[in-house]
Design a protein around this ligand. Structure first.
Ligand code: TYD
Ligand code: MG
Length: 455
């Protein structure tokens, strides 16, 4: 009997199926299945050739040398922090993000910093020509000689070059352009991406080389989503941000060598990416003074507090159905909070349009945003500005109660650092806090209290 010559893969998560399916049973995405030729037995052969034949002995934990975990600093404090303190030799790091967000720029800058200290750093590009990389590099600055460039997409050739040159750090830009001759499907397909990552993983572990892989995030098309490889690599970082705004956030999604609670903030300038050590200051620059509907809130990005401005514009609706838009936050949450205000404070908001925006193009999902958002809406509705130097945070429940949120102390400290003198926060959070001088803490237990605090 003839065996099936092809299999179907979900391009999002890599789920494998013998027949085409409309919806992926694993990630529940629709229309993501694509047919790919079945990887022949060479796959099995390759996997076993990578393994050493001699049997390994189990080792007791005590005898494992942890010194080999010495980290290499990337020269960018923000990136080091996200990596958990620097690059771990022998680790495989996936840097994902939308096309054009700045992944190549970030990694080229890392290469520049590393090349000053390491003997050899290898940047392999399958997307750009040497001239294009050079043009980018000219914008970024001076490079030392230990940075080597290579334009190549054939993985076997790449492997040979790496084994010959033995660099300490290798960048692969991008995984979706890499291919192996043994596999007949196109570069970027699930089998190619998976197999390529497997080869790189083995290379990283056996040669103790740190490898960064760039992966484009795409929802449709033939390019496999990096989620396929998330579980294979040691560390997954996502580079996010609005393409039209200049700031970028590097977020750790998975990290076998550190916490995933860290973010790094960067700004895209005409000379490459610049680290933003003080994101709050950066985000609040340009906040209008004395304008109604503008409130400063404090969000936690991992362990890092960040002050942001929330803006609301509430005006009478011209149609029967009020218009609402929420940029940077959940639309349903906005509707819910407006319903709470309507019911608990008797504000006739159902005949008002509301437009809400988080300045800077950041996306927030933390419930601590609620109280700030509610006050921004009230402030715009009544056209009364919220006093300057006032910070608001707290979660709002369906009965209009203000609930405690975590890490209040850090939020207040960040506000103090930036010269805020008044904080409106959940009353129940007050009890867990140590007193801080020079700042007025006003605990509220309902939305009505908060409104009264503002007068
Ligand atoms: P790039 O690193 O090529 O993105 P990716 O590899 O994620 O696809 O970034 C490209 C964008 O960054 C491009 O729109 C131009 C912009 N850019 C700057 O604004 N300043 C610079 O110094 C550089 C190198 C790029
Ligand atoms: Mg690129």
């Amino acid at each position: 009997m003839k065996k099936n010559a092809s299999v179907f893969f979900c391009q999002e998560c890599g789920y494998e199926s013998a027949k085409w399916l409309g919806q992926c049973p694993a990630c529940h995405e629709w229309n993501t299945f694509a047919e790919e030729p079945k990887v022949s037995t060479s796959r099995g052969k390759m996997a076993s050739s990578g393994r050493r034949s001699e049997a390994k002995e189990p080792v007791s934990l005590k005898h494992i040398d942890s010194d080999s975990q010495d980290r290499i600093s990337t020269g960018m404090a923000e990136l080091d922090q996200v990596l958990g303190g620097g690059i771990v030799p022998g680790s495989l790091v996936l840097v994902g993000g939308d096309p054009g967000i700045g992944k190549s720029t970030l990694l080229l800058q890392v290469c520049r910093n590393l090349a000053d200290r390491l003997e050899q750093v290898l940047y392999i590009s399958g997307e750009e020509s040497l001239q294009q990389i050079k043009l980018r590099a000219v914008r970024i600055g001076e490079f030392s000689d230990s940075l080597k460039l290579l334009c190549e997409t054939n993985l076997s050739d790449i492997e040979a070059v790496v084994l010959k040159n033995r660099p300490q750090v290798v960048i692969i830009d991008s995984i979706q352009t890499m291919f192996q001759e043994e596999i007949s499907s196109a570069p970027g397909s699930v089998s190619q991406v998976r197999e390529a990552t497997g080869v790189l993983m083995r290379l990283a572990k056996e040669q103790n080389i740190a490898i960064f892989i760039v992966g484009h995030v795409t929802k449709e098309g033939t390019v496999a989503g990096p989620r396929v490889l998330e579980h294979m690599v040691d560390t997954v970082l996502y580079f996010e941000g609005d393409r039209h705004a200049s700031y970028r956030i590097l977020r750790g999604v998975k990290n076998r060598f550190g916490s995933t609670n860290e973010i790094g903030v960067f700004e895209m300038t005409d000379t490459g990416l610049r680290e933003v050590a003080n994101p709050s200051e950066y985000m609040l620059s340009g906040k209008p003074e004395g304008a109604s509907g503008s409130v400063v809130v404090c969000m936690m990005e991992g362990t890092r507090p960040m002050l942001l401005e929330v803006q609301a514009l509430v005006c009478r609706t011209n149609f029967g159905l009020p218009r609402r838009t929420a940029a940077g936050m959940d639309y349903n949450r906005l509707n819910l909070l407006m319903a709470v205000l309507e019911k608990r404070l008797n504000l006739p908001l159902s005949s008002y349009d509301a437009y809400v925006n988080i300045a800077g193009g950041v996306r927030l999902s933390e419930p601590a945003l609620d109280l700030g958002l509610v006050l921004a809406i009230i402030s715009s509705y009544r056209d009364v500005p919220i006093p300057d130097k006032t910070l608001v945070f707290g979660e709002v429940g369906l009965s209009g109660e203000v609930r405690a949120v975590g890490m209040s102390q850090q939020r207040v400290q960040e506000a103090k650092r930036l010269g805020f003198d008044r904080i409106i926060l959940p009353k129940s959070s007050l009890s867990q806090m140590k007193s801080i001088t020079g700042i007025r803490l006003e605990g509220v237990s309902t939305v009505r209290d908060a409104m009264e605090v503002l007068g």
